[in-house]
Design a protein around this ligand. Structure first.
Ligand code: IVH
Length: 676
């Protein structure tokens, strides 16, 4: 079949793009696209080559494993080639691989060894007479680079093998990686020194291994998992993969503990799905699972394609990192006047959702990351973590690009000047009349943890404020159904619903009202404690700073802030308008529960049976406990429901903090103790 001209053109375009990106990735350690984008290009090329076999060329990137070696390190020819793996991007592709295996082995039973796909770089370690004589990167699979001097600095890699059964020659293969903690520490040091940040642990590991000075590699705290062998001389013949791993472990190599031998593809799929959900529970990054046929004789029969073994497959997780264009950097104003820069992105699908915006935190963060409007940037959204702009792809930066400057003035109509006090990281708009701050204060007033007014969200507040129907939160109590019906998106029903939600908020308990005022430093737990001690808003308003400061959980800082807030005439006027509107100032629901959790911090994550998150936290507080949002060494226990936050779970495991399920939580509430 003749190859259509447009296919010919696309093939050549794909090939040159892939060659270019392989060079950036393997030789320069400076990729300009994410792994997922690379995989997509490769996929398209492979699919077209499958459709038009006559178009396949010998030098097509689809036939190459990695990239040719650079000139910096001596070349090493692998005696047993280091092949790559084919990918399954979803359960259906995994299933299809399983069917190919069954066909290839004529229906014979198989055992699968399921492993984690460590996001690092492959290395081959050659031991002669039990001594590490050479360490080589994969390179193009046939010829790699000699990085022995650097590998000798990796503590997890044995220099000498012990035991009676050390083979004459053994090549041990595995993944060198950078643990997350080392990566974060390294980036923290880089930020402090004003140096360029590393984009991700994989690139950092690769960069660290290709240092000319091994002492730099040593400082990077790399680690290693072994998962395969190459050439072996003078050893008993291996018959299965799992027993090979056992031997590796006996010889002193680290073998990942999360390996399972399974006998059905359904279990394999379950293994992959489990680790897709729990990838962030680990102290290192993985980008998928690797499934291998256990029996080495069966492997032999299945053999290899031109680039990868048929007896193994990499199940790849959906990408958590993508590149996109940073359209602009804008500044948002919070209710306290804090000016937060944020990235406006070309929308990109990453980590399970489309991301169009991401916070950049503060001026220094933008400077450290040196991201500029127009840059191509790496965007990352890992697990339940909020999206993050990791950094720019410098190779794609426009030559005339200039560093971003924090604006001098608020972009609201008052255009008030921003202030950044010496030694602080936040920039602020200090004009209390700033309409942006005002809107944010109203939005906060209506949120769940405050007056909890359903239907009064950001959009409605902006509409009401634009229509000049409200200028502070007290004004919401004057809103009528007719007024609301004039707004876009409101009909009689929805307007009536909002008005009744607003009216219902008048009888919220005092801690909610106190929180809703938005006094700096005064959070829900101090509000709880003040309400219990003082009973009414008037009592708190008239209390001395000293009396406030001696309340449990309220220190000098909060006390001073409260006194300062009530001293302002504007705020006093606001309070009186709330009173006039009929907002209750003394609705204190006193806890009748025994204070079995006094002094204990219990963190809640995930959804529990019979409790919303708020209700679970309230139940803890009613019993005298605290329920902070994050896990620390002081946490008494972590209550884990369905779909928990992975980072909380990981931290709890790390710190050895008891993890409780629904039943154990019920016991804890009852007794204040952990179940036996
Ligand atoms: S086995 C012939 N097992 O993934 C089989 N590879 O995309 C050789 N990798 O080149 C590889 N974890 O760098 C294998 N448990 C694991 C792995 C793993 C990470 C890497 C390795 C490989 C690449 C293929």
């Amino acid at each position: 079949m003749p190859i259509p001209a447009e296919i010919e053109a696309r093939l050549s375009d794909l090939r040159s793009q892939l060659v270019h990106h392989m060079h950036l990735y393997y030789e320069l350690d400076e990729p300009t696209i994410s792994d997922a984008e690379f995989d997509e290009l490769m996929r398209e090329l492979q699919d077209l080559e499958l459709q038009y076999p006559e178009a396949v060329t010998d030098d097509s990137p689809s036939r190459r494993v990695g990239s040719a070696s650079s000139a910096t390190f001596a070349p090493v020819t692998h005696r047993v080639p280091m092949t790559s793996l084919d990918n399954a991007m979803n359960a259906a592709e995994l299933e299809a691989w399983g069917e190919r295996i069954t066909r290839g082995l004529e229906g014979e039973a198989v055992q699968f060894v399921c492993e984690l796909k460590i996001d690092g770089l492959a290395i081959s370690l050659r031991y002669e007479g039990g001594v590490l004589v050479q360490a080589a990167t994969r390179g193009d699979g046939r010829v790699g680079e000699d990085v022995t001097a650097n590998v000798l600095t990796v503590a997890a890699i044995p220099h000498r093998l012990g035991g009676p059964d050390v083979p004459e020659v053994i090549e041990v293969r595995g993944e060198i990686y950078m643990p997350l903690a080392s990566f974060e520490a390294m980036n923290q040091r880089a930020a402090q020194a004003g140096e360029k940040l590393f984009v991700n642990p994989r690139n950092s590991a690769a960069g660290s291994l290709r240092q000319k000075d091994p002492s730099i590699t040593a400082s990077r705290e790399l680690s290693f998992w072994s998962y395969q062998i190459g050439e072996v001389v003078g050893a008993n013949e291996f018959t299965s993969h799992h027993s090979t791993l056992q031997v590796l472990s006996q010889l002193g190599f680290p073998v990942n503990p999360n390996i399972q031998v399974l006998s059905s593809l359904a279990e394999v799929a379950e293994f992959c799905a489990h680790w897709q959900d729990h990838r962030h529970d680990l102290a290192y990054e993985i980008d998928g699972c690797v499934v291998k046929i256990d029996d080495l004789a069966q492997r032999e029969r299945l053999g290899f394609t031109s680039r990868a073994p048929r007896w193994a497959i990499a199940f790849k997780f959906p990408p958590e990192e993508r590149t996109t264009v940073l359209r602009d950097i804008m500044v948002s104003i919070g209710r306290t006047g804090r000016a937060t820069p944020f990235a406006v992105l070309e929308p990109v699908f990453v980590g399970g959702s489309t991301v169009g915006m991401a916070t950049l935190h503060n001026e220094d963060q933008v400077r450290v990351k040196d991201v500029r409007p127009g840059d191509t940037v790496v965007v990352r959204k890992a697990g339940d973590v909020i999206p993050e702009v990791v950094g720019p792809v410098l190779a794609l930066r426009a030559p005339n690009s200039q560093p971003w400057q924090f604006p001098k003035h608020c972009s609201c109509p008052l255009a008030s000047e921003f202030h950044r006090p010496e030694g602080e990281s936040d920039t602020r708009c200090v004009e209390p009349a700033c309409p942006f701050q005002r809107d944010q204060r109203i939005i906060y007033f209506a949120t769940r943890g405050a007056m909890d007014i359903e239907g009064l969200g950001e959009r409605t507040v902006f509409q009401l404020s634009d229509a000049k129907l409200i200028s502070d939160a007290a004004d919401i109590y004057t809103l009528t159904v007719d007024q609301l019906m004039q707004l876009d998106g409101f009909a009689r029903m929805s307007a009536e619903k909002l008005v009744s939600a607003i009216q219902a908020s008048k009888s919220r308990p005092l801690p909610k009202l106190l929180t809703a005022l938005g006094v700096k430093h005064l959070g829900p737990s101090a509000a709880d404690s003040l309400s219990r001690s003082f009973g009414t808003l008037d009592a708190i308003m008239h209390a001395s700073e000293a009396d406030l400061a001696t309340t449990d959980g309220v220190g000098g800082v909060i006390a001073a802030s409260i006194v300062g807030w009530f001293a302002k005439p504007d705020n006093q006027g606001f309070i009186e308008r709330l009173r006039a509107a009929g907002v209750e100032f003394g609705n204190v629901v006193v806890s009748r529960q025994a204070q079995v959790l006094a002094g204990k911090a219990v963190v809640v994550t995930g959804s529990l049976v019979g409790y919303s998150r708020e209700e679970a936290e309230a139940a803890i507080k009613e019993r005298g406990g605290k329920s902070p949002g994050s896990v620390s060494a002081k946490t008494f226990a972590v209550v884990v429901g369905a779909d928990p936050g992975a980072s909380k779970l990981a931290k709890a495991t790390d710190l050895n903090i008891p993890i409780l399920d629904d039943a154990a939580f019920a016991y804890l509430l009852e007794t204040g103790e952990l179940p036996a």
